[in-house]
Design a protein around this ligand. Structure first.
Ligand SMILES: Nc1ncnc2c1ncn2[C@@H]1O[C@H](COP(=O)(O)OP(=O)(O)O)[C@@H](O)[C@H]1O
Ligand SMILES: [Mg+2]
Length: 331
């Protein structure tokens, strides 16, 4: 019989974006629904800690339990919190929490949440990580196989999205360093808001230090970072090409490929209403549905073996930097 350790780690998709109100939860919910409708078992986790509202979007009025139960150790697994059959039979929801203080998880608690997500018994997990660039957010983003960055075509959204991704890269790259000297070089290259170096420049500085070891580790990790951009409330080709240019900038500065995977227009169905239980899931006739359907296809097609890379961690497939922090035997 297959034991817990043989179980496949699900495909983990984080929906993020830095700025509030750009449509992260709307995209997360409709993407999860589209993948569920294709027959995949999907769990959507409301990890917008402190500002949970995914249940409302999915038409669930009063979830009886949510992440607070897991964070307070009243349940051991996220599977215990699943509400099945949300929108389609194969989609279930792990509701979030708006409990004060839940947005400030300690690192150990965050790792337990990441482990809980990795252990969900499902094909795909969609994680709605909420706004900002806090450690809570960037850790959840970094631990996902696929990172979908939602942006609306305006400067603040673009700036926040880039800042969030850069914070995530900084955190991951820092963990790849072998010693404090390397970490200081990474910090001086990436910690500044304006006069920061590109990753290419950083690698040039790091390469002579240890025969290129850390530089290789960094470029390998960033080469399989799994980022995709989502334009929301996009109304013209011009908007879409601005978002595309952000993708080029991410490639030039952070050495990460970030293709534009979807451009979603404005739609009345996505705007939602005031009626409780109505939600913001779109049906197949909505003008925005083809974009979600294509996005679902793109997310499901991503080659996980390539992204997760080798060598495999002892946990099978958990991202290496997460596994490094876990005590052996706890995964
Ligand atoms: N494409 C869209 N067309 C119309 N309204 C949208 C669209 N995307 C999002 N909205 C609405 O914008 C608001 C913010 O979306 P939400 O998903 O909650 O953003 P976030 O999770 O990024 O804070 C919601 O009221 C949502 O219904
Ligand atoms: Mg949200």
């Amino acid at each position: 019989m297959a034991g817990l350790h043989d179980r496949k780690v699900p495909r983990i998709v984080a929906v993020c974006g830095g700025k509030g109100g750009v449509g992260k939860s709307t995209v997360a919910a409709n993407l999860a629904l589209a993948m569920g409708r294709l027959g995949h078992r999907v769990v959507i986790v409301d990890a917008d800690l402190g500002a949970a509202n995914l249940h409302t979007m999915l038409g669930v009025v009063h979830p009886s339990r949510g992440l607070a139960e897991f964070l307070d150790h009243r349940v051991d697994t996220l599977d215990d919190l699943r509400m099945p059959g949300v929108g389609t039979p194969t989609l279930s929801l792990v509701p979030g929490t708006s409990r004060p203080g839940s947005a400030d998880l300690e690192h150990g608690e965050m790792l337990r949440l990441v482990r809980g997500i990795n252990r969900l018994d499902t094909d795909v997990v969609v994680v709605d990580v909420g706004a900002g660039s806090s450690y809570n957010v960037v850790d959840l983003v970094a631990a996902a196989d696929i990172k979908l960055i939602v942006m609306t075509p305006n400067l603040t959204a673009l700036h926040n999205a880039y800042a969030m991704l850069k914070a995530c890269v900084h955190r991951v790259v820092r963990k790849l360093c072998a010693d404090e000297t390397e970490q200081q070089l990474v910090d001086s290259a990436l910690a500044h808001e304006s006069k920061s170096r590109t990753i290419v420049q950083l690698l040039d500085v790091l390469r002579p230090l240890d025969g290129g070891d850390v530089a290789d580790r960094i470029s390998d990790t960033l080469g399989r970072f799994g980022v995709g951009l989502i334009g929301n409330q996009v109304s013209s080709h011009q908007d879409a090409s601005v978002l595309d240019r952000i993708g080029s900038m991410i490639q030039d500065h952070l050495m990460i490929q970030a293709p534009l995977l979807a451009a979603i227009g404005r739609s009345a169905a996505l705007a939602g209403g005031l009626r409780a239980g109505s939600g913001t899931l779109v049906d197949r006739n909505d003008a925005s549905y083809p974009a979600f359907r294509r996005l679902a296809g793109a997310v499901l097609e991503v080659d996980l073996d390539r992204l997760r890379g080798t060598p495999r961690t002892p946990t099978g497939t958990m991202p290496l930097w997460v596994a490094r922090e876990l005590t052996p035997g706890t995964v």
